[in-house]
Ligand binder design. Structure first.
Ligand code: ADP
Ligand code: 5GP
Length: 235
C-alpha cells in the first residue's frame, strides 16, 4: 500500500510545532519532511534537524533545477519541500508529514489529491496573541513581529475551508489526541480492514474534526478575528 501524505498548516503561534512534536513521539512509522529555508536558525535549531538552512541563491538554484515539490515565500523568506523526501516516502511506502504554510499546501493538494490536510487554529485571537508573546520572551522577537504574525494569522485562517480536518488547539492534551486520531483513522480507513474495538473511538474522534463537522467550533475563532465568511453549504 502506498504511504499517506499528511499536510499540517497553522498560523504561527497556534501550537503546530508542539502538536507535531507530540505526534512524532507517539506515532510510529511517520516520516517528517525537513524543509529548506532561507531564514536564519533560531535558538537551538540545527541544520538538517528542524530545517536545511540555505542562502537565497542556493534556494533559487534548487527552484531552477525543479527540486521542490512545493515552495513559497513566508515572512520574507523562502521555504520549500524537496521532492526527494516525497519520492523516498513513495519508494519505502512510509507515511510522510509536511509542516507547510497555506500556499505550499495548495500546491501539494494539486499534485497529490489524496493527501490528508489538517488546519490547526488557536481558540481565539487573544489566546494567539498571548501565546505569541509568551513564546517571544524565549525567542527574543520584537513586538512588531508579533503584530505581523497576528495580521498574517487572519489571512491564513480564511483558507481553512480548503483543509480536510480542522483542529482547534485549546487544551493541548485534547488537540494532541485529536491529531493522533486523525492520523491513525486515515491509516485504518485506507487499510480496508474491519474496524475493531478501540479503533471505533479513534474514528469517532477524527470524524468530529472533519471540515464538514467543524462549523460550530470554528465560528468563535472566525468571530474573534472578525472574519465574515459565507458558510459553505456542505458545512
Ligand atoms: P507554532 O509552531 O504554531 O508557531 P508553537 O508550538 O511554538 O506554535 O506554540 C506557541 C506557544 O504556545 C508555545 O509557547 C507553546 O508552548 C504554547 N502552546 C501550544 N499549544 C498550547 C496550548 N494548547 N495551550 C497553551 N499553550 C500552548
Ligand atoms: P517558521 O519560520 O516559524 O519555522 O515557519 C514559518 C512558516 O513556514 C510556518 O507556517 C511553516 O509551516 C511554514 N513552512 C515551513 N516549512 C515549509 C515548507 O517547506 N514549505 C512551505 N510552503 N511552508 C513551510
Amino acid at each position: 500500500m502506498p504511504g499517506i501524505l499528511y499536510i499540517i498548516s497553522a498560523p504561527s503561534g497556534s501550537g503546530k510545532s508542539t502538536l507535531v512534536n507530540e505526534l512524532r513521539t507517539n506515532v510510529d512509522k511517520l516520516e517528517f519532511s525537513v524543509s529548506y529555508t532561507t531564514r536564519l536558525p533560531r535558538g537551538s535549531e540545527q541544520n538538517g534537524r528542524e530545517y536545511y538552512f540555505v542562502t537565497r541563491p542556493e534556494f533559487e538554484k534548487m527552484i531552477a533545477a525543479d527540486q521542490f515539490l512545493e515552495h513559497a515565500e513566508v515572512f520574507g523568506n523562502y521555504y520549500g519541500t524537496a521532492c526527494r523526501f516525497f519520492d523516498e516516502a513513495k519508494v519505502t511506502g512510509r507515511d510522510l508529514l509536511l509542516d507547510i504554510d497555506v500556499q505550499g499546501a495548495e500546491q501539494v493538494r494539486k499534485k497529490v489529491p489524496d493527501a490528508v490536510s489538517i488546519f490547526v487554529m488557536p481558540p481565539n485571537r487573544d489566546t494567539l496573541e498571548r501565546r505569541l508573546r509568551n513564546r517571544s520572551q524565549a525567542e527574543n522577537v520584537k513586538p512588531e513581529v508579533i503584530q505581523r504574525r497576528l495580521e498574517n494569522a487572519r489571512n491564513e485562517i480564511v483558507n481553512y475551508p480548503d483543509y480536510g480536518y480542522i483542529l482547534v488547539n485549546e487544551i493541548l492534551e485534547h488537540a494532541v489526541y485529536e491529531l493522533q486520531a486523525i492520523v491513525l483513522s486515515e491509516r485504518i480507513r485506507r487499510s480496508g480492514e474491519t474496524v475493531a474495538g478501540e479503533q471505533r473511538e479513534l474514528l469517532r474522534v477524527a470524524d468530529r474534526c472533519l471540515l464538514a463537522n467543524s462549523h460550530r467550533k470554528v465560528q468563535p475563532v472566525l468571530d474573534s478575528f472578525e472574519i465574515n465568511t459565507v458558510t459553505p453549504t456542505n458545512l
